[in-house]
Every structure is written in structure tokens, then in C-alpha cells.
Design a protein around this ligand. Structure first.
Ligand code: TRP
Length: 351
């Protein structure tokens, strides 16, 4: 995160835009993205996918990026990447992303987007790259050395955002340094070569941090997640094994009872009820009754998603078609933007 002041500024702008979107959806193009390092879970659903679907359905022009090159910023293998990509498409579709409206694409398949990397790299300094706090945090968390790609991927993220001239980008707080870098790149390009790019704004969702089953943030690397595509039985097992405590009476107390409270929040999100109401209903039923209720809530909530997802699992050709078409549309847009960039830079030698 940059400093608190710039967070406040980003939050204020984000709130203004969120208020404006329902009345003026046509003003906005939204680019959102995930990296395909594993399966999507409930944290992804409530934290971002649900909002993307709502914006899409409100009439915002949306693009969904699967950031496959970002996988190798801090790891040495692309094992499972194809499987992860297909499975992400299935979850997006099952969650309500409509590929007719919203192209789903992988940035590795969009050469003209990647070509923006060269002029954009010329617009940033080594010092700027080295002081990006999110890059530093990711490097430390991965235990991997700082690769050239990890150092420069915020510039590549600017390519993701600017190739399609997105003006809004829904992200978590940790991504704000990248959005700031993207704004700088757009501004510097426009000043140097003429106006081509919008300066995109971050859209911050209401900061519900989705707890994993142990009370920490839900994350694949903590092993505390409920996967959207898991079976009802797998989900029941996961919840059964989740840590609670030995106090029988169920109460909502995040500080002192992280396990119990995470379960209550999970059920609350899936049912639309409040944590306190659920806790009072279960009361002396203890963690057995709580887990039974949470399991039912999650499995009921996910049943329609899982049913739709199963259709796509049986029809991989359709999933591939969605990607092929998304990539085709992304390429069309990227070629158009690259042509404008080359024109602005005086790099057109014949027509
Ligand atoms: N960096 C994002 C993450 O780790 C993923 C991402 C890549 C992204 N390109 C993007 C997000 C462009 C928003 C816009 O979650």
C-alpha cells in the first residue's frame, strides 16, 4: 500500500464512481483480472466475481482477464496452468459472466497488448519499480528471488488495463500501487506523444474481508478455502475439520473466537442473514449444530452454481470456444490501440 493519504483519495474517487455507475453505465469500461494459480473459492466470489456480474448486468462494458503470464512472476513452473485456466472460465460462466457481453481472455494470447510493454517500460524509472510495496510483499511471501518479470509486472498490468482503454478497474487495496503506476504511464504517454489513454480509476469494493475457515483471510495458500467447484461432500468434510473452540454457547466474537466467527460469517454471506442472528439461533447447540448449519447454507447457496458448472465440465469444447472468442475480441481491440500508439509515436512507415 502507498500511504494512507493516497488510499483516502482513491477511496473517495471510487465511491464517487460507484455512485455514478447506475445512472451512466455506458460511460465506463471495466477490466478485471485474476491470476490462474488455482481454483476460485468463496472469497473470490463474494470479494469480486459477484460484483463483476452485477456491473455487467447493469450495462457496464466489461472485460475479464485471466493473467496467465503473471503466474511466472514468482514461480518457476507453468504446471497445471491449462487446467486452472479452463476451470476459471467454468466458474466465471457458472457465476453469471455472459461471454456475449463480456469477453474472457488470456493476456498471453494478445500479442499487440504485450507489445505495449516496450513503450510503457520507457515511461517508468527503476526507482519507481523498486519501491512498489506490493511487488516487495509478493517477493517476500514467495521466497523467490526478484525476477525481472516480478519487478516489471505492474507495467504489464498497465498494458492489461490500457490496451482496452478501461477507465475503471475493480481491485483490492493491495493493487492500488499498480493502478497508480498505470495512471502515471497513461499520463506520461499522453503528455509525450499525444492523447491516447484514459487515466483509469480503481474501484474498491466495501471492505468485507472474507474469512477462511480458520478466521484468517480466505486464501488458497492457507488451505482454509471453500472452493466453488468442490462437491457437497468435500465441502461438508472441509467444514467439519475447521477449528472451533471448546465453549459450547455460540457467539459472534471475531477477536476471541476466530474459528466460530468465520463459520458464522460464511453462513451469513450465503444466507443473507446476520452473524448475530444465526449465533443466537444456534446458541447452546454448540459447534456441531453450527457446522451443520454452515454446511447446509454453503451447499444450498452453491448448488445452482455447481449445477451450471457441471454442464461446462462436460463440455470443454464450449469452454475453449469462449476463450477463443474472448481472445479474438481482445486481439481486435489491442491491434486498434497499438495502431494508435504507433501513430502517436510516429512509428508508421507505410500504409
Ligand atoms: N495483479 C492482479 C492480482 O494479483 C491480477 C491482475 C493482472 C489484474 N492484471 C490485472 C487485476 C489488471 C486488475 C487489472 O490479483
Amino acid at each position: 500500500m502507498a500511504n494512507q493519504g493516497s488510499f483516502e483519495v482513491a477511496l473517495k474517487r471510487s465511491n464517487e464512481i460507484r455512485a455514478d455507475i447506475p445512472g451512466n453505465p455506458g460511460k465506463y469500461r471495466m477490466l478485471s483480472g485474476d491470476r490462474p494459480t488455482g481454483r476460485l473459492h468463496l472469497g473470490h466470489y463474494f470479494g469480486s466475481i459477484m460484483n463483476r456480474v452485477a456491473y455487467q448486468n447493469a450495462g457496464v462494458d466489461c472485460m475479464v482477464l485471466i493473467a496467465d503470464y503473471q503466474v511466472i512472476t514468482d514461480r518457476d513452473t507453468t504446471d497445471n496452468i491449462q487446467d486452472n485456466v479452463y476451470n476459471m472460465v467454468m466458474d466465471y460462466l457458472a457465476a453469471g459472466i455472459d461471454p456475449q457481453k463480456t469477453p474472457i481472455f488470456t493476456h498471453s494470447a494478445v500479442p499487440a497488448e504485450n507489445q505495449l510493454m516496450l513503450p510503457f517500460l520507457s515511461l517508468v524509472s527503476e526507482a519507481e519499480l523498486l519501491r512498489n510495496p506490493t511487488v516487495k510483499a509478493e517477493q517476500e511471501a514467495s521466497g523467490h528471488e526478484l525476477t525481472g518479470l516480478l519487478l516489471t509486472y505492474p507495467v504489464h498490468q498497465a498494458c492489461d488495463i490500457l490496451f482496452c482503454k478501461a477507465n475503471i478497474v475493480p481491485v483490492g487495496k493491495d493493487q492500488l500501487p499498480h493502478i497508480e503506476q498505470t495512471r502515471l504511464i497513461a499520463r506520461r504517454f499522453n503528455n509525450r506523444y499525444g492523447n491516447v489513454f484514459p487515466e483509469p480509476e480503481a474501484i474498491l469494493s466495501d471492505s468485507i474481508e472474507i474469512p477462511g475457515l480458520d478466521g484468517r483471510k480466505m486464501s488458497k495458500s492457507y488451505g482454509n478455502s471453500i472452493m466453488l467447484g468442490a462437491t457437497a461432500e468435500e465441502t461438508a468434510k472441509r467444514i467439519k475439520k475447521s477449528p472451533t473452540d471448546c465453549e459450547r454457547n455460540i457467539t459472534f466474537d471475531k477477536e476471541n473466537r476466530p474459528g466460530v466467527s468465520a463459520l458464522l460469517t460464511t453462513a451469513a454471506l450465503c444466507t443473507g442473514r446476520s452473524e448475530v442472528e444465526i449465533a443466537e439461533e444456534i446458541g447452546m447447540g454448540g459447534s456441531g449444530a453450527l457446522k451443520k448449519y454452515v454446511t447446509e447454507s454453503v451447499n444450498d447457496f452453491l448448488a445452482p452454481h455447481r449445477e451450471r458448472r457441471a454442464q461446462y465440465e462436460r463440455d470443454l469444447d464450449y469452454v475453449k470456444d469462449v476463450l477463443r472468442e474472448g481472445n479474438r475480441r481482445a486481439n481486435e481491440i489491442a491491434q486498434q490501440t497499438l495502431a494508435e500508439v504507433q501513430e502517436a509515436m510516429g512509428m508508421i512507415y507505410y500504409k
